[in-house]
Write a protein that binds this ligand. Structure first.
Ligand SMILES: Cc1cc2nc3c(=O)[nH]c(=O)nc-3n(C[C@H](O)[C@H](O)[C@H](O)COP(=O)(O)OP(=O)(O)OC[C@H]3O[C@@H](n4cnc5c(N)ncnc54)[C@H](O)[C@@H]3O)c2cc1C
Length: 479
């Protein structure tokens, strides 16, 4: 059996040949991006994911036979037809998430899941575009392509009354329709890993779609001419994995995406000017239930990781005897168990749709994601409250290699570990809870799935409440 699911070195080679236009700290990157200080950590970590997928011990659940070629392809592309398929998807997602403690929000399975979902209902896209999304899905699956994505417009003016009418486009829009494709000009936010994935998926901006020039969706290679990725500052300040155990490995980078008259050929477009399809595409493809199933699977692992960090702090300075400490750690335990239960219930209550696809129940998944937007900052607060000054008494690797080592060994020892072990642990806890990397993680969990306010509003409005109303009424009417 052939294996088109790629391995780590093949992935890195592909990305190094990409040469997308990526701007970092005032300069266009013209070296191999896989060796650039801001990207080498994350790309190495991503390459590891591909090697794990092909590991003989894991291949059994992390890959499956392509329906097209019968070759082995990644399970994150699997269109589930049974509850067992959903379980395989979860196991795959969590196996990858474990490698980063859930800190790699945009491991390839996130967008693979989105493209898999779009591919389930390709027939709902306008005739000539439907096949484009089918091909996109199949091509991604057969070649193990990676994607970044964007569906947010620049944060210029978010008032309800705002309507963009500037002479030069701000929010990316169609400025010309040609016989062979579209010309796009303007910007989009916020592509995590922009410029370091094979392609970028551009989806319609949610909310107001007053003008048809904004109603489009497509996927193009990241190295498409006139497409620019503008990076923020890197939070991976040091290469040392002792000093920055998370940032040195998992700093993903976020980018502003600029389309400077980018040509998008028709065969890459799967939505254009069609309000009806734009409004039903997410519902029909079950895009959100599937993305949520991926996200919550990762968040369960992330919570387990935070629980481990918190308990290791407790043991390292022996504070387990205090009731408030037990209560704080039990808050994380309860979060972990609740998220896990919600995830499993979503699979238990999954239903087959009219296309034979097994859809996880969205209601418990929305409960999980909206809770996590509040739980995660609280878990981080708990790590801070337990670690206290230990989170900043954290000498570096160079300090330990210097002549002050005896001082460090003496004064930084823990109750159950030596100074080096204790410092390693507290540097990890600092990178989770206090560093620039850790701060971004908190913002990420609050916002990556959408504004918490509007997400909760949508949950409230979409939730089927009749069963609860009937129960309440039955007691009202009781003799
Ligand atoms: C670390 C990180 C990584 C991300 N990665 C990606 C990515 O890879 N791809 C991608 O497409 N997006 C990504 N996002 C963007 C994410 O989808 C958005 O942050 C989210 O949808 C909220 O949009 P916004 O940031 O523009 O906030 P805004 O919409 O500008 O909200 C700002 C504030 O105004 C309030 N507000 C605005 N409008 C309304 C309204 N109509 N009603 C009520 N309140 C309102 C909000 O509640 C909030 O308090 C990422 C975000 C973060 C933080």
């Amino acid at each position: 059996m052939n294996v088109p699911a790629v391995d780590g070195p093949t992935f890195l080679k592909r990305i190094s040949q990409l040469r997308a236009e990526v701007w970092f700290d005032g300069q266009k990157i013209d070296q191999n991006i896989c060796e650039h200080k801001a990207f080498k950590g994350i790309l190495k970590s991503k390459a590891r994911l591909f090697d794990i997928q092909l590991d003989k011990k894991k291949q059994g659940f992390m890959t499956y036979k392509s329906p097209l070629t019968k070759d082995l392809v990644g399970t994150s592309f699997l269109q589930p037809r049974t509850k067992e398929d959903l379980e395989l998807r979860r196991l795959t997602i969590q196996e990858w998430a474990k490698t980063s403690g859930g800190m790699m929000g945009r491991s390839p399975d996130y967008m693979n899941t989105g493209i898999m979902a779009l591919g389930t209902a390709w027939d709902i896209f306008q005739d000539k575009y439907g096949l484009n999304i089918k091909h996109l899905y199949e091509n991604a699956r057969e070649n193990d392509l990676t994607f970044s994505h964007t569906f947010v417009s620049p944060q210029v003016n978010r008032s309800l009354a705002y309507y963009e009418d500037s002479e030069q486009p701000i929010s990316a829009q169609v400025v010309e329709e040609k016989s062979d494709g579209l010309i796009i000009k303007g910007a989009r936010l916020l592509a995590t890993q922009g410029g370091i994935t094979d392609e970028i998926l551009v989806l319609p901006v949610g909310g107001k779609q007053i003008d048809e020039h904004f109603v489009y969706a497509f996927s193009i290679p990241s190295n498409t001419p006139n497409l620019k990725f503008i990076c923020r500052e890197s939070f991976g300040y040091r290469d040392s994995t002792f000093d920055h155990p998370l940032a040195a490995r998992f700093e993903e980078m976020d980018t502003i995406v600029v389309f400077n008259n980018v040509f998008v050929p028709w065969e890459r477009v799967f939505l254009y000017k069609n309000y009806e399809t734009a409004s039903k595409m997410y519902e029909e493809t079950k895009f959100y239930p599937f993305l949520l199933h991926q996200a919550v699977s990762r968040q369960v692992v992330k919570t387990e990781f935070l629980l481990g960090v918190a308990q290791l702090i407790v043991e390292s300075i022996d504070i387990s005897g205090y009731q408030h400490v037990q209560e704080k750690v039990s808050e994380i335990i309860s979060g972990y168990e609740s998220l896990k239960a919600l995830l499993l219930v979503s699979e238990l209550q999954a239903k087959e749709d009219k296309r034979g696809i097994m859809i996880p129940d969205a209601a418990p998944l929305y409960a999980a994601i909206t809770s996590f937007q509040r739980l995660y900052p609280r878990f981080i607060e708990i790590v801070q409250l337990l670690g206290a000054s230990g989170l900043i008494s954290i000498p570096t690797e160079c300090d330990f290699d210097s002549e002050i080592r005896p001082d460090l060994d003496q004064y930084l020892q823990g109750a159950s570990c030596n100074a080096l072990e204790r410092t390693k642990l507290f540097r990890l806890a600092w990178d989770v809870s206090l560093s620039a990397f850790g701060g971004r993680q908190t913002l990420y969990e609050r916002f990556f799935f959408g504004d918490p306010v509007r997400l909760s509003t949508g949950y409230y409005n979409g939730y089927e409440k009749d069963h609860a109303i009937s129960l309440a009424k039955s007691l009202l009417d009781m003799d």
